[in-house]
Design a protein around this ligand. Structure first.
Ligand SMILES: NC(=O)c1ccc[n+]([C@@H]2O[C@H](COP(=O)([O-])OP(=O)(O)OC[C@H]3O[C@@H](n4cnc5c(N)ncnc54)[C@H](O)[C@@H]3O)[C@@H](O)[C@H]2O)c1
Length: 312
């Protein structure tokens, strides 16, 4: 790969898109992965990719955010080793396949980039514009882990809308088997097939396809349920424990809806609800006032130590 001067973070100069290379040596030509964002999802996605034998570079905004993300990822890997899910050798080899940066310019040689930053259309659009400028291979797949933002908007922010796709993992990514594949109207059949091959053959996940409609399959069903539980709590019909116990003990859900909202992150739940409401104008997708107040207060759930419950 041609070496290039790495541009300043997010202020990249346009680099040339290289010729298509031979993609027969790896599954779908993907061996070098970039993950943008090392929060709950980015760290999990990076872990899944590195444990599957891919070389992974993870980008964050600041050195501080990078350290938090790296610690999150390393702790998760250490836990997997402690529990015997990976051997000591696999643990070590996985660590060696991981690298970290605050400079997206270092993504020039990536075959697949998975963006997993905050659920904000403007932030994601800017990242896709930068990725389009820095990633040199014309074969590279540019994917988003968005839960609700129209993929076509991210696709048309680039000069290669045929190479952009939604690859939507579930939380926690190392545990959950499902991945939704969401082609934009512009995504080529080749990009869909290559993404599916990576997800199923390399990452050993189960892929389902969804149309590019806000919420896709799983969140279109899940979010109205979570919002109903928050409305129920807000209107005092039942306590948070009784709502969660109702669904855990009455319907055999592994986690009640308020605990699950805390796990997902209340900012993410609110953003997904807002996108779905903006798309369909269905009242059942409208975020209840309590949810928005909790987001405004910084009570985002587990990741900030307090949401519907408090966490140590
Ligand atoms: N939380 C879930 O259960 C879940 C499940 C599936 C998909 N998602 C989607 O995954 C994405 C990330 O969600 P999350 O729960 O990991 O959020 P999070 O808040 O835990 O992490 C977001 C990370 O993005 C980083 N970030 C923000 N702007 C950035 C930038 N410009 N460059 C690099 N990093 C940047 C932040 O520093 C933070 O670490 C969202 O699109 C969300 O909708 C979330």
């Amino acid at each position: 790969m041609a070496s290039r001067r790495a541009p300043e973070p997010y202020g990249a100069c346009r680099t040339e898109i290289s010729e298509r290379h031979d993609v027969t040596d790896t599954v779908a030509g993907v061996s070098r992965v970039g993950v943008v964002g090392c929060g709950q999802m980015g760290a999990g996605i990076a872990e899944v990719c590195a444990r599957s034998g891919l070389e992974v570079k993870v980008a964050e905004t600041t050195g501080e955010a990078l350290e938090i993300g790296r610690t999150r990822l390393y702790n998760s890997l250490a836990k997997a080793a402690e529990r015997g899910k990976i051997s000591d050798e696999e643990h070590q080899a996985t660590l060696e396949r991981l690298s970290f940066t605050t400079d997206l310019g270092e993504f020039a040689d990536r075959d697949l980039v998975i963006e997993a930053v905050v659920e904000n259309e403007q932030v994601k659009t800017e990242i896709f514009q930068v990725l389009d400028q820095v990633v040199t291979s014309r074969d590279a797949i540019l994917a988003s882990n968005t839960s609700s933002i129209p993929l076509v908007k991210l696709a048309v922010a680039t000069s290669r809308p045929d190479q952009v796709i939604g690859i939507h993992f579930f939380n926690p990514a190392p545990v959950q088997k499902l991945v939704e594949l969401i082609p934009a109207l512009t995504t080529s059949e080749e990009t869909i097939k290559r993404s599916e091959a990576v997800v199923e053959q390399v990452l050993a996940k189960h892929a389902i396809r969804a149309q590019d409609r806000s919420g896709f399959v799983v969140n279109a069903l899940l979010i109205p349920y979570l919002l109903s539980a928050i409305r129920m709590f807000e209107s005092g019909i039942a306590s948070r424990e009784d709502i969660d116990n109702g669904m855990e003990l009455g319907c055999a859900h592994p986690m009640g809806p308020l605990k699950l909202s805390d796990l997902i992150g209340l900012d993410t739940v609110a953003s997904v609800a807002d996108s779905m409401y903006a798309e369909f104008k269905e009242p059942l997708y409208a975020a209840p006032p309590l949810l928005q107040r909790m987001v405004d207060a910084g009570r985002l759930g587990r990741k900030t130590g307090s949401g519907f419950y408090t966490y140590s």
